[in-house]
Design a protein around this ligand. Sequence first.
Ligand code: NAD
Ligand code: UGA
Length: 434
Amino acid sequence: MHISVIGTGYVGLVTGACFAEFGLSVTCMDTDAQRIGKLEKGVVPFYEPGLTELVAKGIKENRLTFTTNIVNAVDQALVIFIAVGTPPKADGSADLSYVEEVGKGIARNMTGYKVIATKSTVPVGTGERLRQVIKANQTSSHRFDIVSNPEFLREGSAIEDFMRPNRIVIGADSEQAMAIMKDLYRPLYLIETPVVMTDIPTAEMIKYASNAFLATKISFINEIANLCERVGANVQVVSKGMGLDQRIGSKFLHAGPGFGGSCFPKDLAALVQTGERHGYEMQVAGAAARVNEKQKFAMVEKIRSAMGPLKGKTIAVLGLSFKPNTNDLREAPALTIIPELQKDGATVRAYDPAALEESCKLLPGLVPCEDAYQTAENADALVILTEWNQFRTLEFERLKTLMKQPLLFDLRNVYEADRVAGYGFRHISVGRLP
Ligand code: NAD
Ligand code: UGA
């Protein structure tokens, strides 16, 4: 079967490369000619573990091709996935202009029956809207079906998440389209992946409800962490104690500097906005977003209150991307926290294994360093902002000789206080007393 994926960002490229790995013939299309030019040579435009190898394999085995031409993407494909961005507009609602542009492009180039599946995260009602856009722009009478097939992969573990998902969600209102979609995922039935088959609005809602729930778990535990600090409890043990209850589950209960990334903040905002549009206030989702904004500033306060005035001080930051194993900086806590420290007059030195170059463009005055130890040179404090694995085994004896003062802000709770104190470091973390 031939399929195409429109938009070669995190979701589109992973989708294309993974379906090619399943044995399908895949055309990936993007309007960004530079991006497509690089991909044709096997150069992946962002950091995602294992993706370069998978793309190279797909190209070599002639199952993965790239194009900037929508005609090529529509022509042979039975299923066309839409995986373009849906960024937030000023009012928080999802900007659907990219999705609609793709819809128009498909409408004008149809050569036969097509299944058009949204992988982009789109508000409830978008499937129907897309159907109307396509109908209004169709230059032929070919039949088509709309499907909602939301994607649940995480950056940094995208291939594993795509290849071994917890579930596949397919929303359709045509038996033919449902059967075709189910067939695409056949390799995953060998590992008994559950499939939720439903209507289009319900599939669209499952995606927002899932992201909003995960984001709420994080904001909830961050609030508990802030209270733990005030009452002398340990949030890591609280999380463990809660998570052992299977109704709660242990995942997404790690306290920290607040969630970032291109999706949780934007999807919460879009869900709240969908509620507003329908005269209903989504209070929990709204609160999760507000708590998250406050959490980033709470981290700045934590640093200020432990260090005193920051003017003339040097702060060494380890980790800038919104999470480990990605170079994605979208909504990363670093983008809020570092400018606040700089505003107070601190010099911020930083190292990130993948996001350093991009960070320097976004954070003027940031001093880029080559590794954790160079970052720590002459610093008054070390801040772990993103828990890359290489920051889990820091040599504290060495750090102590390099730094002006042995002070660690462990904003991801990577270390135990005893261990760090053993090296003479003052250890300040999240939701645990020093
Ligand atoms: P991205 O910004 O990384 O990539 C979007 C791509 O679409 C870009 O390469 C852009 O050039 C291309 N594009 C824009 N308009 C186009 C057009 N008219 N024709 C062809 N290409 C076009 O976005 P992303 O992070 O992959 O997210 C895409 C969607 O998937 C969003 O709705 C997002 O919410 C959702 N999603 C993202 C993730 C994630 O981890 N990033 C996970 C699940 C769902
Ligand atoms: C998230 C979801 O996990 C995916 O299922 C979804 O497909 C995706 O959004 C999306 O729709 O785009 P992602 O943003 O890539 O994936 O990364 P996560 O692992 O969910 O982390 C998001 C943020 O939450 C990071 O900043 C991370 O540090 C933070 N986080 C996560 C915590 O602070 N605590 C936790 O316990 C877990």
